[in-house]
Design a protein around this ligand. Structure first.
Ligand code: Z5A
Length: 211
C-alpha cells in the first residue's frame, strides 16, 4: 500500500483554517480517499492534555517561552508517532489544522525565540517528516480580529496586535524559504473561494502522487 499525503493548514487565528480543513476533508472523502482530520497542538488524548496546559494560563505561574516551545514539540512528537505516521502508513491523507510551521511563526516570530533554538528541536522531533503541502491563509491582523470579536479568547489569543503581526511576518518568511511545499492564499476572499483554490492544489498533489 502506498503512503498517504500530509497537508497542513496554517495562518493566524481567525484566518479560516478550521473552516478550510473541514472543506478539504469533505472534498477528499467525496473522492473516496480515506482521511485523518486532526489538529495541533493536540490530535491524541495525551497531546490534547498538553494543549490544555498550553492554552490555559496557570493562576500563579506563567509558562516560560522555552517551556511553551518544548511543550508544543512534546505534543507534536506524541501526535506524529501515535496518529500521523500510522495514518500515513495506512495510506490515509492527513489534514492537519496547524503543524510545525506554527512553532516557527508563534514561538519564533511571536515570542522571539531564535531559529537556531527551534531548528534543532524540530529536526530531532520530526525525524524527517514534513508536509507534502502547506496552505498558508494570509490575512491582515485587524481583519482576523474582527472575525473573532465576541469569542472567548485563550491565553495565546489574548496577545497584542504586534505579536500577531510578527507571527504573520514569520509565516510569510517561512513560506518564501520553503516555497516548494507552501501555497500562500489570500484569506480575505470568501470561504468558498478559498475552498476552490485549495481543492485545485490538492488535486495537483494527488496527480503528482499518481505519476
Ligand atoms: N500554537 C503555537 O503557538 N505554536 C504551535 O506550534 C501550534 C499552535 C501548533 C491554538 O491554535 C493556539 O496554539 C494558537 C496558536 C498556538 N493560538 N493563537 N492564536 P488553534 O488552531 O486551535 O486556534 P486558532 O488559530 O485560534 O483557531 P481559530 O481562532 O478557530 O481560527 P481559524 O481556525 O483560523 O478560523 P475559523 O474557525 O475557520 O474561522 C473563524 C471565523 O471566521 C468563523 O466565524 C468563520 O465562519 C469565519 N470565516 C472563516 N473563513 C472565512 C472567510 N474566508 N471569510 C470570512 N469569514 C470566514
Amino acid at each position: 500500500m502506498s503512503m498517504g499525503c500530509l497537508i497542513s493548514v496554517e495562518g493566524i487565528e481567525g484566518a479560516g483554517k478550521s473552516t478550510l480543513v473541514e472543506s478539504i476533508a469533505a472534498f477528499l472523502r467525496s473522492h473516496d480517499i480515506a482521511v485523518c482530520q486532526t489538529r495541533e497542538p493536540g490530535g491524541t488524548p495525551v497531546a490534547e492534555s498538553i494543549r490544555h496546559l498550553l492554552l490555559h494560563a496557570h493562576p500563579h505561574e506563567p509558562l516560560t517561552h522555552r517551556a511553551e516551545l518544548l511543550l508544543m514539540f512534546a505534543s507534536r512528537i506524541q501526535h506524529i508517532e501515535m496518529c500521523i505516521l500510522p495514518a500515513l502508513q495506512r495510506g490515509e491523507w492527513v489534514i492537519c489544522d496547524r503543524f510545525v510551521d506554527a512553532s516557527f511563526a508563534y514561538q519564533g516570530g511571536g515570542r522571539g525565540l531564535g531559529l537556531e533554538q527551534i531548528e534543532p528541536i524540530a529536526a530531532w522531533s520530526m525525524g524527517g517528516l514534513e508536509p507534502d503541502l502547506t496552505l498558508l491563509l494570509d490575512l491582515p491582523v485587524e481583519q482576523a480580529m474582527q472575525r473573532l470579536q465576541g469569542r472567548h479568547k485563550d491565553k495565546i489569543e489574548q496577545e497584542s496586535l504586534a505579536f500577531f503581526e510578527s507571527v504573520r511576518s514569520a509565516y510569510l518568511v517561512r513560506a518564501q524559504q520553503m516555497s516548494q511545499r507552501f501555497l500562500v492564499l489570500d484569506a480575505t476572499v470568501s470561504a468558498d473561494a478559498l475552498a476552490l483554490q485549495s481543492h485545485e492544489a490538492v488535486k495537483r498533489l494527488w496527480a503528482s502522487e499518481d505519476d
